[in-house]
Design a protein around this ligand. Structure first.
Ligand SMILES: NC(=O)c1ccc[n+]([C@@H]2O[C@H](COP(=O)([O-])OP(=O)(O)OC[C@H]3O[C@@H](n4cnc5c(N)ncnc54)[C@H](O)[C@@H]3O)[C@@H](O)[C@H]2O)c1
Length: 255
């Protein structure tokens, strides 16, 4: 990864931590950011155990002042690639969806990525290189019931990246959204339990009849597949891939 500096939000867990490990092994300089300092320290210790020295930066992605303060702290090590990955889920029918949860999901997964990208772009522009990569979802492209805030935020990321692509045509900055279907992480383990409750079925039935049913490949996506996609999008070879949704969905949207 040519010593590129990548900032990964939501990097203390799941996909973010896995991408940090793969890209660190490929020679990227890694900063993981997350809401909990304690979890960041655990993530940093894990990465150290596999030979990766990572910087940690606590920031709440729903707070623009936190985001700006983090970018200010990172001015000694300009960011080449940002992976807007922090996320959370809340599952409820719209009529029962608490307003504060709906707003939080949009803040963390749409407003936060936009404000973080906004804060990083001047330095990317100055240095003539930048990669803005959003961790979207299959739910950037299709909907599932009871996930209105998540689906709205993830759809929004595609429009956001398309717009940034138009605004950065004059410089080697790209903006893209990776759209995986289900990956076995703590986020999905929680959803399996929540969907089981909402639909009154067992967790195995959720996996078989809801999660993997629309995927011809019938398997969860590996974090490694996402990490390799991030690595490619970060590379100079991907300079003309911009404003795109890169879909890793086991054929879900081929139907
Ligand atoms: N797991 C999947 O199946 C799947 C599929 C498609 C997309 N995604 C997306 O991938 C991303 C990572 O998800 P994951 O599955 O690794 O989940 P995860 O729960 O393991 O990790 C998400 C991380 O985001 C952090 N986070 C939550 N709120 C935050 C906030 N306000 N500020 C900063 N950090 C915050 C959490 O602390 C956590 O470390 C999410 O954006 C998710 O929507 C996941």
């Amino acid at each position: 990864m040519n010593n590129l500096h990548i900032l990964i939000t939501g990097g203390a867990s799941g996909i973010g931590l896995g991408v940090a490990e793969t890209l660190g092994k490929k020679g990227a300089r890694i900063t993981i950011s997350d809401i909990s300092q304690e979890n960041l320290e655990k993530g940093q210790a894990y990465l150290a155990s596999v030979g990766i020295e990572a910087r940690i930066e606590a920031a709440d992605m729903s707070r623009v002042d936190d985001i700006n303060a983090m970018v200010e702290r990172l001015s000694d090590a300009p960011v080449d690639v940002v992976l807007n990955n922090a996320g959370l889920q809340y599952v409820a029918p719209l009529e029962e969806f608490p307003e504060d949860r709906w707003k939080l999901l949009i803040d963390v997964m749409l407003v936060g990525p936009a404000m973080l990208s906004r804060a990083l772009m001047p330095s990317m522009r100055e240095r003539g290189y930048g990669r803005i990569i959003n961790l979207g979802s299959i739910h950037s492209l299709v909907a599932s019931p009871y996930k209105s805030a998540y689906v709205a935020a993830k759809h929004g990321l595609i429009g956001f990246a398309k717009t940034v692509a138009l605004e950065t045509g004059d410089v080697d900055i790209t903006a893209n959204t990776i759209c995986p279907s289900y990956v076995k992480t703590p986020l999905v383990e929680q959803q399996i339990a929540a969907q089981a409750k909402a639909n009154n079925i067992s967790e195995d039935e959720v996996i078989e009849t809801i999660m993997l049913a629309p995927m011809p490949k019938k398997s969860f996506i590996d974090i490694e597949e996402i990490a390799e996609t991030v690595a490619f999008l970060s590379s100079p070879a991907a300079k003309n891939i911009t404003g795109q949704a890169i879909t890793l969905d086991g054929g879900w949207t081929a139907r």
